[in-house]
Design a protein around this ligand. Structure first.
Ligand SMILES: *Cc1c(COP(=O)(O)O)cnc(C)c1O
Length: 380
């Protein structure tokens, strides 16, 4: 697969934010910028606990570290199996290996692109200890089905909400369906401190096990006071920004409704007016908006389409590589044929989120870029 060239107009992120600037000044004035401990991590933890209705928050240096600690807190180790989607963040697969367990890969739903909960029973074995459920690209995993299955078989659920902090997933805040929920504050994410993450749980024993893992005379996986300082004011505006992104996704899908060959994760199969297919009880977050790309409709490859879009200043990117196609077979167990995850590997495009806080004009520019892309191809 060819590498995409650097985006000539990378989407600006994070956006300038006066409240963040004020928080940085406060952290300078009170010296917390250079301290091990101060008020900022405490405040961030308290705010995240209130927001999620979970008393235990562990702040971490990354979302990836939070996933690792969650697995350790759930006592996953050698001989255990962890079920996850064959189309998922690569770090989740690597974390399962890192704790000595075996990833068991299941297929994705062909419309929503999310872990197909109908595959869970076929994936289960005597060794199954946990399911990782990641909400990806604006879609939500059917968490009521995951939870019911997990409870029936006494399997733990790790809910990866790194891409949608503050989202509502089937009536609950993202991250709270899991025995453990995980957030990321990485540099591209909706809440950003450049790096960072958090783990959310109601289970005191999990937190106690994580303490044992992370305390090495000092905290070995920390978030800093300065990072916490810039995150608190972003929490104040998260709901409002999630709302604006959701409205702009609706507008964008309206603008793209005549484009055959691009079907959004949040749309139902088929087309027409009611293309939105998000469950009524969900309000997803939009970190990167996922689309199924149909090369036949465009007469060009996904790579070429993404390149043309990026040259036109629209931040489309390729989705993840599917895990069963990038890792040696001996490292995982695959359930059934994974046809849709294979298609995901070849056909998913994602649109970076900064434009979703933009204007109508910014959204129209995306539609226009697709016209320009077609012209470029015709002149080849
Ligand atoms: C970004 C991301 C992570 C990990 O976050 P980092 O903070 O970058 O380590 C985990 N899972 C998903 C689905 C992500 O998108």
């Amino acid at each position: 697969m060819s590498d995409l060239p650097d985006n000539p107009q990378p989407p600006a992120w994070p956006l300038p934010d006066e409240a963040v600037e004020a928080a940085l000044r406060r952290a300078f004035a009170d010296g917390s910028w250079g301290k091990y401990h101060g008020p900022n991590c405490r405040e961030l933890s308290a705010r995240l606990a209130a927001m999620h209705g979970c008393e235990h928050i562990v702040l971490t240096c990354s979302g990836t570290a939070a996933v690792e600690l969650a697995l350790r807190g759930l006592r996953i180790g050698p001989g255990d199996e962890v079920i996850l989607s064959a189309y998922d963040f690569e770090g989740n697969f690597k974390n399962v290996l890192a704790v000595g367990a075996k990833p068991v890969l299941v297929d994705v739903d062909p419309v929503s692109g999310q872990l197909d909960t109908n595959q869970l029973e076929a994936a289960r074995s005597l060794h199954t200890k946990a399911i990782i459920a990641s909400h990806l690209h604006g879609g939500v995993v059917a968490m009521p089905a995951v939870r019911a299955f997990a409870d029936q078989h006494q399997i733990a659920v790790l809910e990866d909400a790194c891409q949608m902090p503050g989202a509502i997933v089937h009536g609950r805040i993202a991250g709270t369906w899991g025995d453990v929920g995980v957030l990321s504050f990485g540099g591209s994410k909706l809440l950003t401190a450049g790096r960072g993450g958090a783990l959310v749980t109601r289970d005191a024993e999990i937190v106690q096990r994580i303490r044992v893992q992370t305390q090495r005379g000092n905290d070995a996986y920390p978030l800093s006071e300065l990072q916490a300082a810039v995150l608190v004011p972003q929490l104040d505006r998260l709901a409002e920004r999630n709302q604006l992104r959701a409205e702009n996704v609706s507008r964008l899908l309206g603008l793209l409704s005549d484009v055959t060959g691009l079907r959004c994760f949040v749309e139902a199969a088929g087309s027409g007016k009611s293309r939105r297919a998000q469950p009524d009880d969900s309000q997803p977050g939009y970190f990167k908006l996922g689309f199924w790309f149909e090369a036949a409709s465009f007469g060009c490859s996904r790579d070429d389409f993404a390149c043309a879009m990026r040259a036109a200043g629209v931040a489309f990117d390729l989705g993840f590589r599917a895990l069963h196609r990038t890792h040696a077979r001996g490292r995982f167990r695959a359930v059934n044929g994974l046809p849709h995850a294979t298609r995901a590997d070849e056909a998913i495009l994602v649109l970076h989120h900064p434009v979703l806080l933009g204007t109508d004009e910014d959204l129209r520019a995306i539609r226009e870029a697709i016209n320009v892309g077609e012209l470029l191809r015709d002149s080849d």
